[in-house]
Design a protein around this ligand. Structure first.
Ligand code: AHG
Ligand code: MN
Ligand code: MN
Length: 333
């Protein structure tokens, strides 16, 4: 690392430490970086849509206006497809996985990407931060053959890289290739990401808990007990309650300030709301790389063997000690 290092420089300098470094993963990260900038530009002017009088379905160019999560989906897919650097994509916005047939490099890529193109999208209308989450694996099926469902249904342990973009007060790209977590902040005037948060680690102690407490009465008893524990006046408690409703932002804050994020099973989500493959797994990888812990309440998230590309899972992550404490409460029932 050196002063004012850009994301592009960081990727080049660290390529040899990337798993299986062939340059392909670097190109893939570069494509995601580009898409993040395009989505950032659009997210930033979201509030202007009404100002220009385009509140209907048709905008000035006569194109039908898209919801930002659909827009983000298309931008990320386009960036990956155009550069022919992945053989397949799973997205929250697409029911089926997307198989990419490259022009001359047919099925030749060895990576698949799974993503939530816009996380927390209900926050867009009220100018609250949203994010993008991505997860990268090496395919299981042989290079040169069409991508298969099995290429996507891998345990989180197999991830070669994962990251998120947070479109917040400033825009950041945070990612890991299994060698720590690094955060880059976008300088909007230059359109360049600079390394601003090198080797992010959870602080020793956390004192924030983040959960949608409106669902409290439907939480499992162990989770209810843990929330009461967080609120108890004892030692360094009560903890502060902070919940944005954008997981990326909630986890990002907790990773920097210290805290626990929870999305338990509750009505109407018996398996929790968050998706294992493109929400829980990438965040779990990052959280562990930052010295924290991620669990479904009983098992380590990264050990779970998925059976459906859109499956949900209860999700808890944060400072290791806090997550351990929560697991102890859950284990009582
Ligand atoms: P998405 O916008 O991709 O559907 O995901 C939103 C997720 C997550 O970001 C957030 O923490 C959670 O849903 C909020 O759910 P509740 O409104 O139920 O708290
Ligand atoms: Mn989401
Ligand atoms: Mn989404």
């Amino acid at each position: 690392m050196h002063k004012n290092q850009t994301l592009g420089e960081f990727i080049i300098e660290n390529q040899s430490s990337f798993p299986y470094s062939s340059g392909e993963l670097s190109s893939l990260l570069n494509a995601l970086r580009l898409a993040a900038k395009v989505v950032n530009h659009e997210v930033n002017k979201a509030g202007l849509v009404d100002l220009f009088g385009n509140s209907g379905d048709i905008n000035i160019q006569g194109e039908s206006q898209q919801k930002l999560d659909i827009f983000a989906n298309e931008i990320f897919i386009q960036a990956l497809v155009n550069r022919e650097i992945v053989c397949g994509i799973v997205s929250e916005e697409n029911d089926e996985f997307i198989a990419i047939n490259g022009s001359d490099k047919r099925h030749s890529s060895k990576y698949v990407v799974l993503m939530d193109p816009l996380d927390g999208s209900s926050n867009i209308d009220v100018n609250v931060s949203v994010g993008t989450i991505f997860s990268i694996y090496r395919r299981i099926s042989p290079v040169g053959t069409p991508v298969t469902q099995e290429d996507f249904l891998q345990a989180g342990n197999n991830q070669v890289a994962a990251g998120y973009v947070i479109y917040g007060t400033s825009t950041m790209l945070v990612f890991t290739t299994g060698d720590g977590v690094n955060g880059f902040t976008l300088n909007p005037a230059l359109g360049t990401f600079y390394l601003s948060h090198a080797n992010i680690k959870f602080p020793e102690e956390g004192n924030i808990y983040s959960v949608n407490e409106g669902n409290y009465s439907n939480f499992p008893q162990g989770v209810k007990d843990y929330i009461k524990y967080c609120q108890k006046i004892e030692e360094n408690r009560p903890y502060a309650s902070r919940y944005i409703g954008s997981m990326v932002s909630d986890v990002h804050r907790n990773m920097i300030k210290g805290g626990i994020y929870m999305y338990p099973s509750s009505f109407p989500y018996p398996e929790g709301k968050l998706r294992l493959l493109y929400e829980c797994n990438p965040i779990a990888f990052i959280v562990e790389q930052a010295g924290g812990k991620a669990t479904d309440g009983k098992q380590r998230i990264l050990d779970l063997k998925p059976n459906d590309i859109h499956q949900r899972r209860p999700f808890f992550c944060g400072n290791t000690e806090m997550v351990n404490k929560l697991e102890n409460f859950i284990a009582k029932y």
